[in-house]
Design a protein around this ligand. Structure first.
Ligand code: NAP
Length: 369
């Protein structure tokens, strides 16, 4: 066994000179030991003291540990489907205690994720989570919220939602939850597909709808938002109304285009362009979300209908533009010079006024160009 000189050696007897200066070229382990010069030896006592002096730092690190522990939350996820599970992994990764409850039994899914699953929501609420996070489908949110046994929760529990629409859950929360509960509405603008590798620079929209003034309640919101901030999300604070306006013009349009393209059953080809690859990716991204989610984007965002109408108009206008050009080309081919001379246009009657193309039959043959 190799033993090293004790740092308490100030009190130990001085080693014999032979042991202090081993023979040259000796491979004996003692040859690695070089005694400190006498002046250093006098500081041995100081070395002992320096360990004492380290105590406050140790104490500090323990305090930091305790502080870190105090920032850990007990988060209960209601709705442990696709998105609930995706978020749970991150919450666990950040050291928070995660509980879950869902309509279906997800015990076997929850366990390997380090999540405690409660089939009975009463049992979950009796754990007194700091945060109740709603991750149910948009259309079931109200019934799920109304079915929670609020009386079993601590009085100032923080309610958070991650719904893809924001004014709707905000209003439901304000209607259903007693004043003593805090409310934070959020929308992580990414999903299990787009955020599977990293959340870096992906936006988290949040609105602190109702947060009590006590430090502990303010800190709790901060600790929750910190999860996303530490993951590198772009933190965007805005009202739920602003969110819905922006989201209808961006997210709803994206999902709608993805679903239209899905109906076209696009297939990969040997000559895919980059643009086409993007479309295929869009279909893949949107098709992996449930139809409930898409329907919720439409049904519970009052701006969505307007966007759908704009999309319709845009498509019609584009068709008109195309057919308008075609109309001109056909006219030139049909009447050419005769039009210039102001003669009759017998064939023009065949071109419909609404811009729908008149496609010549083979027998009518408009020429080959
Ligand atoms: P979803 O189809 O919108 O919701 C599925 C979840 O809702 C499941 O947990 C399901 O529970 C629950 N649920 C559905 N109908 C229910 C009912 N009648 N009663 C009780 N629970 C019901 O799919 P999701 O992708 O998991 O989304 C969950 C929430 O996250 C939605 O509000 C969505 O807007 C939001 N979000 C999703 C994404 C995304 O990329 N997926 C991104 C941001 C935000 P069971 O599984 O137990 O049936």
């Amino acid at each position: 066994m190799i033993s090293f000189p004790s740092i308490h050696s100030a009190t130990a007897p001085a080693p014999a000179p032979a042991a202090l200066f081993p023979r040259r070229n000796s491979l004996h382990l003692s040859s690695f030991y070089r005694p400190p010069p006498p002046s250093t030896r006098r500081h041995d006592r100081l070395l002992v003291r320096s360990i004492d002096a380290a105590q406050p730092y140790d104490h500090e690190s323990r305090l930091l540990d305790r502080l870190d522990q105090s920032s850990k939350l007990k988060i209960a996820i209601i709705g442990f489907g696709n998105y609930g599970q995706f978020l749970a992994k991150a919450f666990v990764r950040h050291g928070h205690t995660v509980y879950a409850h869902s309509r279906r039994d997800y015990r076997t899914v929850a366990e390997p994720l380090g999540v405690a699953f409660f089939s009975d929501v009463h049992d979950l609420c009796e754990q007194h989570p700091d945060v109740i996070l709603l991750s149910t489908s948009i259309i079931s949110t109200e019934s799920v919220l109304r079915s929670l046994p609020l009386q079993r929760l601590r009085r100032n529990t923080l309610f958070v939602d991650v719904l893809s629409v924001k004014e709707f859950p905000k209003n439901i929360f304000l209607q259903v939850l007693p004043d003593h509960f805090d409310i934070l509405c959020t929308h992580p603008m990414f999903g299990p597909e787009s955020g599977k590798n990293s959340w870096e620079n992906l936006p988290l929209v949040f609105d602190k709808v109702r947060i009590g003034e006590e430090d502990s309640r303010v800190d709790r919101v901060k600790n929750f938002l910190d999860i996303f901030e530490k993951e590198g999300c772009g933190m965007v604070e805005m009202t739920c109304a602003e969110h819905d306006k922006y989201a209808a013009g961006s997210q709803f349009i994206t999902h709608t285009m993805g679903r239209i393209l899905e109906k076209l059953q696009l297939e990969t080809t040997p000559i895919n362009t980059k643009g086409y690859e993007t479309l295929l990716k869009l279909v893949e991204n949107t098709a992996s979300d449930s139809f409930d989610l898409y329907y919720g984007l439409f049904m519970y965002n009052k701006n969505a209908m307007e966007q759908l109408e704009r999309l319709d108009l845009a498509f019609e206008s584009l068709k008109k533009e195309l057919f308008g050009h075609l109309h001109e080309v056909l006219r030139k081919q049909l009447f050419g010079k005769s039009e210039e001379g102001g003669l009759q246009r017998p064939m023009l009657a065949k071109l419909p006024k609404n811009g729908t193309p008149f496609l010549p039959s083979q027998s009518e043959g408009f020429g080959s160009s």
